[in-house]
Design a binder for this molecule. Sequence first.
Ligand code: SAH
Length: 218
Amino acid sequence: MLKLEDSYLHKGQRRGLIRTLREKGIVDEAVLDAINQIPRHFFFDSALLSHAYEDKAFPIGEGQTISQPYTVAFQTSLLDIKPGEKVLEIGTGSGYQAGILYCMGANVHTVEYNKVLYERTRRFLPKIGVRVQHYWGDGSLGLPEKAPFDKIIVTAGAPLVPKTLLAQLTIGGMLVIPVGNRKTQQMLRLTRKTDKQIIRENFDNFSFVPLLGDEGWE
Ligand code: SAH
């Protein structure tokens, strides 16, 4: 299949993307290395293939998008992934972010609400050697049956921080989630210090597709 070919041209474009991400302030070498290893063009429709290494979000069907590389890099840097950590991703989408986490050695569980995307990505990721656990359902409630998690990443914009997600963190665990209105959200990192104490840090604004479901927008 021509689409799954990773040519010198693509590798060169990926190095260019890494330079752009460095210029924009991404310094985490483990994150940059994962972005350098995962061919983002594998996740693209053939019609959009030439755009795969632009630092932009693109449609993946079903009204959803693959996040901008800068956003993926920023969120993943905040998560501070260590090999072997158990990570929950809410919003599988194309599977690109899940691929980055897998590449960094995480044990990834990813939940997708849209059945078509869930099926497509669940079949696709093993073809490129990315092995993660896929779930179909409302991830705004987390994944109680697999909790607790060392890290939780939400890749859709939430109206508030779902309490259920905080309850599914280990002590020392972190939740990275964009919270705001439907158009703009502020990136938050919540660290569970003890059973009762949660530390909250605020970062830049981003624009994600809405988180749906019980703790989401509808
Ligand atoms: N991480 C993805 C980008 C995701 S776009 C990537 O790397 O490509 C956000 C995704 O969240 C969409 O696919 C959307 O269907 C999904 N989503 C929205 N609400 C959700 C919910 N409550 N649970 C799980 N997935 C949800």
